[in-house]
Design a binder for this molecule. Structure first.
Ligand code: PXL
Length: 274
């Protein structure tokens, strides 16, 4: 069985980061090893939240794994709380990264043109450093604009997206995949770029005019889980995009639709057969 290490916070309530990654990676048939970076009451879009930094646990925990000779088939990082933690994660990549395992960085720090409440430009710079170690990075357009220093645009052309992707590839990651890319009216999806092959990939699906928290986490965890099932990155991105859309639709069908996240629980059984 493949083993995936995922490094993100635990938002106890909020349907994001580890509470999404753990069930999705497990459902897709890989062992999910978690490294919680912080413990929050709720994600940071709630009007109030607690934040307990777990940085002092990272080295003792990874030290045990190192002594045990643990190996990972993939290391996947999402939301990290502080610059110090980004540096600790870089050390983890150096310790546990091999030429055969897959390193996926979702530089979760911003959306809809804005950084999340806890972050600033120093944090962006540190995240850029982290991307250098990745085989695949999965930013949304806002994160890509912050990482590359390009303007964030709500209305954009394919040329703008290609330029973002090429600049992202210059960060050092072999493959960059942008999420939430809408190239036709009523459609949205992903566009990726493989630097070594100088090849773009586009996949568009139905666009739903409502955004929910945690959909980036659903997408990334699914993409990682699918690559661990042996799919190539393009197929994995297509399935992740389809699953995310299906999950948003299922959420909208729920009369008690939660404002803070999506009902991936009601679609996860379908994912296994997608
Ligand atoms: O979904 C990304 C995410 C993860 N973790 C925490 C967050 C967010 C987005 O706001 O606040 C704590």
């Amino acid at each position: 069985m493949r083993r995936v290490l995922t490094i993100q916070d635990i938002s106890c309530m909020g349907k994001c980061s580890l509470t999404v990654a753990l069930p999705i990676i497990s459902a897709l048939g890989s062992e999910a090893v978690i490294l919680p970076t912080a413990l929050l009451s709720t994600h940071t879009a709630f009007s109030e939240y607690t934040f307990k930094d777990l940085s002092d646990q990272i080295e003792p925990i990874t030290g045990v794994w190192k002594n045990e000779g643990v190996k990972f088939d993939a290391i996947y990082t999402g939301y990290l709380g502080t610059i110090g933690q980004i540096r600790q994660v870089t050390d983890i990549f150096r310790t546990f990264g091999t030429k055969d395992n897959l390193i996926v960085v979702d530089p979760a720090m911003a959306d809809l043109g804005k950084l999340y409440p806890a972050f600033d430009m120093e944090y962006v710079k540190a995240n850029l450093e982290l991307c250098r170690y990745a085989d695949i990075i999965l930013p949304n357009i806002t994160e890509a604009a912050f990482l590359t220093g390009m303007d964030y645009r709500e209305n954009y052309s394919e040329h703008y997206i290609k330029e973002l992707l090429k600049r992202l590839a210059d960060t050092g990651a072999g493959i960059a995949v942008l999420t939430g890319v809408s190239l036709e009216q009523g459609k949205t999806g992903v566009m990726g770029y493989d630097k070594n092959k100088d090849e773009f990939y586009v996949y568009q699906n139905r666009k739903i005019d409502k955004s929910f928290h945690g959909t980036g986490d659903v997408f990334s965890a699914t993409a990682v889980g699918e690559m661990m099932r042996g799919r190539d990155w393009k197929e994995a991105m297509r399935i992740a995009a389809d699953y995310t859309v299906r999950t948003i639709e299922a959420t909208l069908d729920d009369p008690d639709e939660p404002w803070y996240g999506v009902n991936f629980e009601s679609t996860i059984a379908d994912l296994v057969n997608m």
